[in-house]
Write a protein that binds this ligand. Sequence first.
Ligand code: NAP
Length: 526
Amino acid sequence: MKLANYLSASWQTGAGEGQTLFDPVTGEALVSVSADGLDLGAALDFARQTGGPALRALSYAERGALLGKIAELLQSKRADYLDISLRNLGASESDASADVDGAIFTLKSYARAARALGDARHLKDGAPVPLAKTDIFQGQHFLLPQTGVAIFINAFNFPAWGLWEKAAPAFLSGMPVLVKPATPTAWLTQRMVEDVVNAGLLPDGALSIVCGGARDLLDHVAETDVLSFTGSADTARRMRTHPSVVAASIRVNIEADSVNSAILGPDAAPGSAEFDLMVKEVVREMTVKAGQKCTAIRRILAPAATVRALGDAIAAKLSKISVGNPRSEGVRMGPLVSKAQQAAAFAGIAALKEECDVIFGGDPAAFTPVDADPAVAAFVPPTLLYCAAGLAAKKVHDTEVFGPVATLIPYTDTMDAIAIARRGKGSLVASVYSADSAFLGELVPAIGDLHGRILVVNGSIGNQHTGHGNVMPTCLHGGPGRAGGGEELGGLRALLMYHRRFVVQGDPALLAQLSVNAADAALLTA
Ligand code: NAP
């Protein structure tokens, strides 16, 4: 079966044989996708001219209600999505839940938040600015929804959440969406779009999807569009420098790869609550979705005196994780999504081994997955490495192995821990396990500018924290530098990407007239 694309409010099948999507456990061919021969320029025009105006005829609250209906619909079809996740991503129920339930949770969060903006259709930003000696001439800033298309080019690891975490704030802002999911796992995104379209929840042109290569998509961007990309740093560079993107100066948001760290405080001796919480979190991050999360822990920093004990504790827990076919009883970790990803992970492990000792796993030949044929399946054994070189190492800080792989690194003192965390050159997240306020007071501000999020866990928080890798819709997601420099989510802050700020200079009566039915932009950060 070839999946249809939905463009210009019609289902369209790409030409040719297309690319095949596979089951990464059995190697079975599932469906195919093709974008060949499709008129993507016309699809973007249709979305700009039809979908956008229809969405912007609604208030923020009305658009929020639409998000609530989409969430309800997706909830009602959850079983179908878990089945596609199992077949196309080799995802266990809990791995698929991170993606599917994460998407529904995020939509609901924005549906709720939209109520604060009420019947408004644009935003007033700050108080009037005096511009003359009397009040007769003033300036007023406003935020208007952009009138183009929100174009999403997404990564393979979150086909559900990756669409809806972006679409929720875009729709709420009044922008139509065109999504291009990553080819290997496009099926789930396509099915969700098909369900929403068939339910008639959105106006024509509000939601479009193109599956497959779609390499000329960016040739057709216009100055009012927004491009939001999630994927590797190499592809991000190509997006940012695409001639049409540069010529139109469109707003570009990049969520790229990241060599995130988890840091054990000097106070967290073996047996302390903080030590145990870190062991649990590292094991979870390495094994959930087989480590295929942009936020996963890649570098584990610990005081030189504690690092070996930490490694032993993590390895002991990893040894109890059963890896194999998620359809089998007792299996805790599934495969990577494709043989290509498996090959990339093996190459990454080999590169890291040039600088590291192996503490656990690390040898594909010595590993047999449960209930799967290694010749066709895409499994990678959980692998814990140790790098004695610390800050002087190179590959450990530069290589993101997108799988169940992490490296222990000893640090000598707080300054060394700070330097190693910063050596990631910009990360999505760092987590710190410590109750030492002097250490935290020095470390957190010293790494904040190079991290989008810092999770600090101590014994009193215990298991109530939301997790190193979990992205909460109410908190910022994105990171500087290597992580792409993007910002997503953060509650209503996310709407800023889909609005443009402008200032009107004129007489106070006009400014007051334009301010009628405008919500206060301060609500976005309230
Ligand atoms: P990728 O190879 O860079 O691909 C990402 C997307 O770009 C795919 O949809 C791909 O389509 C598309 N693409 C590639 N070249 C293109 C071009 N010339 N024109 C238009 N589209 C193009 O990344 P990936 O392998 O899917 O994802 C893994 C990476 O994503 C990891 O490095 C991970 O860290 C990162 N990631 C980051 C975040 C975050 O939030 N920061 C989240 C998830 C993943 P095709 O599939 O059709 O090639």
